[in-house]
Design a protein around this ligand. Structure first.
Ligand code: PLP
Length: 378
């Protein structure tokens, strides 16, 4: 496998893989810069790289984002923070799920910043900091409408009554998380009001509120530190309006077999697609085991050049079948490439066909693809 300076690769060997996933790191960096440029009042953008950077690969993604200027990173699990530390020695790495009982020492060793998601978390972190004689940095998470993690209303009221509950903590960031930022929902303004109230009582450190879509709700939502994730990876943070983000991934499958069918036959498990007239069917080596969701059965579209080829029949574990009757034969032979995600067909398009969201398409991206990381301008 030839590698250029600009290309790192990974996953399955290029020659042996049935499909190639190309990650455009320059597009990722451009997206980080675009989100940063939308921020007002000196706010900066962190980069959320949980779930292996939304499936695209945390090492290459984080390195490219650092080169583009990101200094604050968010992961979900402590374990992801440990992995990230191997790639970025100097980043501020925040762990959204926090430090569970017994994990504190690892947070110190790898210099990870836990989110304190309850008063119990705060008490345990304070005890640990006292034990090691060092008020280690932390994030205080206040719930304003997710009902998931963060101080609930009762705990927030307790802190307002007794601010000493937070003594001995180095709270570098106070954060909350929007529930409906991708919708025109009254909940956004309600959460904003609650977060402002929280900030009035908890003015320490930086305030962090907006996810990707939150950035596009306007300056009121920006505070000091935004936490974009999905937009960096090319998903539209403004559903219903044109996507301002560049596409980051492209997925090409190699045709295994093409067959002419001139009789009335059915395709695939359950015989859910019936061929009406003379047709050509191409079989591709991608299936639900690769994160090509089964709900795409009889719904997805693929592209060969500019030609659209509908997916017919059910998605199997390792194979899909597309109708290539309309594609010139010369462009449709074994070994040739078919775009499953590409310029004509974005992550959002595929998500809509699968009845899901771009987040799930990205984080499901399979391990059997040959991965090419291209275009890092660092
Ligand atoms: C995942 C997550 C983000 C990033 O959200 P996107 O919608 O992907 O931008 C930000 N903050 C928290 C708390 C999250 O869990």
């Amino acid at each position: 496998m030839a590698k250029t300076d600009e290309q790192q690769s990974g996953g399955v060997d290029a020659l042996l893989a049935g499909a190639v996933l190309t990650v455009d790191l320059a597009a990722l960096q451009a997206n980080y810069r675009l989100v940063s440029s939308r921020l007002s009042n000196g706010a900066t953008a962190a980069a959320v790289v949980k779930a292996d950077a939304y499936g695209i690969g945390i090492g290459p993604a984080a390195t490219a984002l650092w080169a583009a200027g990101a200094r604050d990173f968010f992961v979900a699990h402590a374990d992801e923070g440990v992995t990230l530390r191997r790639h970025l020695a100097d980043a501020r790495i925040h762990v959204l799920n926090g430090a569970h009982d017994g994990a504190e020492e690892a947070f110190r060793e790898y210099n990870l910043i836990p989110a304190l998601n309850s008063l119990g978390d705060a008490a345990r972190w304070r005890t640990f900091c006292a034990k090691v004689g060092n008020p280690l940095p932390c994030v205080l998470h206040v719930d304003t409408g997710m009902c998931r993690l963060g101080l609930d209303r009762g705990e927030f009221a307790q802190v307002v009554d007794d601010p000493s509950l937070l003594d001995g903590l180095d709270i570098q960031t106070v954060m909350s998380h929007l529930a409906s930022a991708d919708e025109d929902s009254p909940q956004n303004a309600q959460q904003l009001a609650l977060f402002r109230e929280a900030r009035a009582h908890l003015p320490m450190g930086r305030a962090s509120f907006a996810n990707s879509s939150g950035v596009f709700l306007g300056p009121d939502y920006h505070f000091d530190l935004a936490r974009p994730g999905v937009a960096l990876y090319g998903v539209n943070p403004t559903p219903g309006s044109p996507n301002p983000m560049a596409q980051v991934i492209r997925l090409k499958a190699k045709i295994l077999q093409v067959r002419d069918v001139d009789s009335a036959e059915t395709v695939g498990y359950g015989a859910t697609h019936r061929i009406a007239g003379p047709s050509r069917i191409a079989t591709l080596p991608v299936g639900y085991a690769d994160g090509y969701l089964r709900s795409l059965s009889n719904r997805a579209t693929a592209y060969i050049g500019d030609y659209e080829a509908p997916l017919v029949g059910r998605v199997s574990m390792d194979l899909i079948t597309i109708d290539v009757t309309a594609v010139p034969e010369a462009q449709c032979r074994p070994g040739m490439a078919v775009d499953l995600i590409g310029p004509h067909h974005t992550v959002d398009d595929l998500a809509a066909q699968a009845g899901t969201i771009g987040y799930e398409i990205l984080t499901s991206l399979g391990r059997r693809y040959h991965r090419v990381y291209a275009g890092d301008t660092a």
